[in-house]
Design a protein around this ligand. Structure first.
Ligand SMILES: [Ca+2]
Ligand SMILES: [Ca+2]
Ligand SMILES: [Ca+2]
Length: 300
C-alpha cells in the first residue's frame, strides 16, 4: 500500500468513525449508543439484592469534551449508593481523607484504593421515596477539598427517567438517567457470576459529565464504581472493576464486618478495582479526516 493510499484509508476510517459516532443519548440504556465493548464486566454474583443492587458492566466513551458513562444493572430504591470515583489527573487520594464528607461519605475515611489509583473526583447516586417525594439524587465532589454540590430529585418527582443537575462545584450540568427494568444480569450470591448474562443487560445508570469537571484529563480516566449502603459504611460485593469470586460483601472492614466506617484496602483483593477510559487527543480524528479528504482531492 502506498503512503497515499494509507492516508486515504486512515481518512475514510476517521470519517466513518465521525459519522457513526453520534453522541450517546442519556436515557438509561446503552442501546443504539455505540459505546462498543464493555470496559469492565461483573465477575461476582450480587450479595446486595438480585435485580435490586447489582452492577453488571461498565461502558464509557469520551467525545466532544464529555465523558459518557453507563453502568448497567440496578440500584435499590432505599437510598443505597452508587459511589463512583474518578482518577483523572495527577495526584489525588489513594487513601480517602474523608473530605468533603458530603452525604456521610466521611465514613469512608481510610478506604484504600489499589496502588496507582489516586482519586480526584467523586459522584454519589441514590434513589428512593423520602416520605413525600420519589427522587433520584446526585452528589459531585472534589476529593480532599470542601467543594461539593448535592442535587436532589434530578428527575423531577420520579425514581426513573432522565434529567440534569444545575451547576455549583461542577461548572457544567451533569446529565443523568436511570432505567430500572433489568431482571437479568448476575444472580444472587457470592460465587462466580454468569458474565454473558451480565453483558446482556442494557439498562441502568447513564450519565454525561464535562471533562472540565474532571480536571481536563489528558490521556485516560481511571474509574471505580461500587454499591454501598445508605451510610457509606457497608460496601456490597458489586465493584467495577470487579472483585474476584468467591467474594461476599466487603462491609466496613473488607471482610463483611460492620464497623461504622469503611477502612478496607483494595490491595487486599485480587485484580484492579478500576477500569480505564481512553481520552482521545483533542482534534485527532478531525485532523485525520481532513488529511484523508486532502488525499482524496489530490487523487482526483
Ligand atoms: Ca443511552
Ligand atoms: Ca488522580
Ligand atoms: Ca485490588
Amino acid at each position: 500500500m502506498s503512503n497515499r493510499n494509507i492516508r486515504i484509508s486512515l481518512g475514510l476510517v476517521a470519517a466513518a468513525g465521525g459519522i457513526a459516532g453520534a453522541q450517546p443519548v442519556i436515557d438509561g440504556t446503552i442501546a443504539g449508543d455505540g459505546y462498543g465493548s464493555a470496559l469492565s464486566v461483573q465477575k461476582v454474583q450480587t450479595q446486595f439484592g438480585d435485580n435490586l443492587s447489582e452492577l453488571d458492566a461498565a461502558y464509557a466513551r469520551v467525545q466532544g469534551g464529555m465523558l459518557y458513562l453507563a453502568l448497567t444493572g440496578n440500584i435499590e430504591n432505599n437510598f443505597n449508593k452508587i459511589d463512583i470515583y474518578f482518577d483523572s489527573v495527577a495526584g489525588g487520594e489513594n487513601v480517602l481523607s474523608g473530605a468533603p464528607g458530603n452525604d456521610n461519605s466521611g465514613a469512608m475515611s481510610g478506604l484504600t484504593f489499589d496502588a496507582g489509583f489516586e482519586a480526584d473526583y467523586h459522584l454519589i447516586l441514590r434513589r428512593g421515596f423520602d416520605g413525600s417525594t420519589n427522587r433520584f439524587d446526585l452528589d459531585y465532589s472534589v476529593l480532599g477539598t470542601a467543594s461539593f454540590s448535592s442535587y436532589g430529585n434530578v428527575f423531577g418527582g420520579t425514581q426513573e427517567g432522565s434529567g440534569s443537575t444545575g451547576t455549583g462545584a461542577n461548572a457544567f450540568p451533569i446529565a443523568l438517567a436511570y432505567d430500572n427494568s433489568n431482571l437479568g444480569g448476575v444472580s444472587g450470591g457470592d460465587q462466580a457470576s454468569d458474565q454473558s448474562a451480565a453483558l446482556a443487560v442494557e439498562t441502568g445508570v447513564e450519565l454525561a459529565i464535562s471533562l472540565a469537571d474532571l480536571g481536563l484529563p489528558a490521556s485516560a480516566i481511571k474509574v471505580l464504581a461500587f454499591i454501598n449502603n445508605q451510610n457509606h459504611d457497608y460496601a456490597s460485593n458489586q465493584f467495577l472493576g470487579s472483585l474476584e469470586p468467591p467474594q461476599g460483601n466487603l462491609g466496613g472492614d473488607g471482610f463483611g464486618n460492620f464497623t461504622g466506617t469503611e477502612t478496607f484496602n483494595l490491595n487486599d483483593f485480587a485484580g484492579d478495582q478500576w477500569f480505564r477510559v481512553a481520552v482521545p487527543a483533542p482534534g485527532a480524528l478531525p485532523l485525520l479526516a481532513l488529511g484523508g479528504l486532502a488525499a482524496l482531492r489530490r487523487r482526483r
